[in-house]
Design a protein around this ligand. Structure first.
Ligand SMILES: [Zn+2]
Length: 284
């Protein structure tokens, strides 16, 4: 598994390369990275293209696959009045919400982050096929992943958490130890070629070690950012559990974030909206 069966390969079809994730196709019996990707993506290309699986329409359009999957439930925004220039120091509260659902199978792990520069995000996952670690810690680390994804390396970020496990994990990542993961976390790449989120986060923290700090607090609720992030994680949980609609979730999140940061509920026009409809998947 993990490599396309050669007998099934149609030379007119486009595949994702298992080495570099850029589109590849068969040409005269050998695998190549065709134009325009060969030129446009030159820095990321491997020397020896190998097919992993057929490319999806979005991947054919963009020339490569994303290295990770988006959550199926996710929304990220920024409040207009708090925007600061890139490189500034900001703080961000990260909180997860793991509660069993009384009905249905998937038990959502909600997550939320709220940053002092007005960035906020919330969402949820119902991972079942992979073990992500103990429920609440897995939810917390989901918040950690998405906050790092959005804010680093653009800003110098201090993460606010009341989880000692997260503080020590980020410290280990900063020193280059990407084996520091929640107990039992499965860090292997998925068969579809996606990398695990915490592994990506670990590398990002190592590469930007000077830009990531952790402030461990006794209780997230003691900080405005932590209290706001907690409310956002609950909204993510309720949205995923089907208790509220996406529109409700977005409206409530805007009220929570602007209330916690004490600014008007005006958003920066986002660039994430187009991504929301793509292949986000609840399985990872
Ligand atoms: Zn390649």
């Amino acid at each position: 598994m993990g490599t396309a069966d050669l007998a099934e390969i149609d030379s007119t079809e486009e595949y994702v390369c298992k080495n570099c994730r850029v589109i590849c196709r068969q040409q005269n019996g050998t695998w190549v990275h065709p134009e325009p990707w060969a030129t446009l993506k030159a820095r990321q290309l491997c020397e020896n293209p190998q097919p992993l699986r057929q490319a999806k329409p979005r991947e054919m359009r963009s020339g490569s696959m994303r290295s990770f999957r988006r959550d199926r439930w996710i929304n990220e925004e920024q409040l207009q009045q708090l925007v600061v220039p890139c490189g500034n120091a900001i703080e961000v509260g990260i909180v997860g919400c793991f509660r069993l659902r009384s009905t249905g199978s998937g038990h959502p792990r909600g997550w939320g982050y709220l940053a002092s520069d007005g960035h906020y995000g919330f969402g949820a996952t119902t991972t079942q096929s992979r073990f992500d670690g103990p429920g609440e810690l897995a939810a917390e680390t989901r918040a950690l992943f998405w906050a790092l994804r959005k804010l680093v390396p653009n800003y110098r970020v201090t993460l606010i958490t009341d989880y000692a496990e997260i503080a020590s994990m980020v410290d280990a990542w900063r020193c280059g130890d990407d084996t520091a993961m929640p107990p039992g976390y499965d860090a292997a790449m998925s068969e579809a070629g996606y990398e695990r989120k915490l592994l990506l986060a670990a590398r990002k923290v190592h590469e930007n070690a000077e830009s990531v700090a952790v402030r461990q607090v006794n209780d997230y609720a003691d900080t405005a950012l932590g209290a706001g992030a907690n409310k956002l994680s609950l909204i993510g949980w309720e949205w995923c559990a089907g208790e509220i609609t996406k529109a409700d979730a977005k409206a409530r999140a805007l009220a929570v974030a602007s209330g916690a940061l004490d600014v008007a509920p005006l958003l920066v026009a986002g660039d994430d909206q187009a991504e929301e409809t793509d292949d986000g998947n609840e399985e990872e």
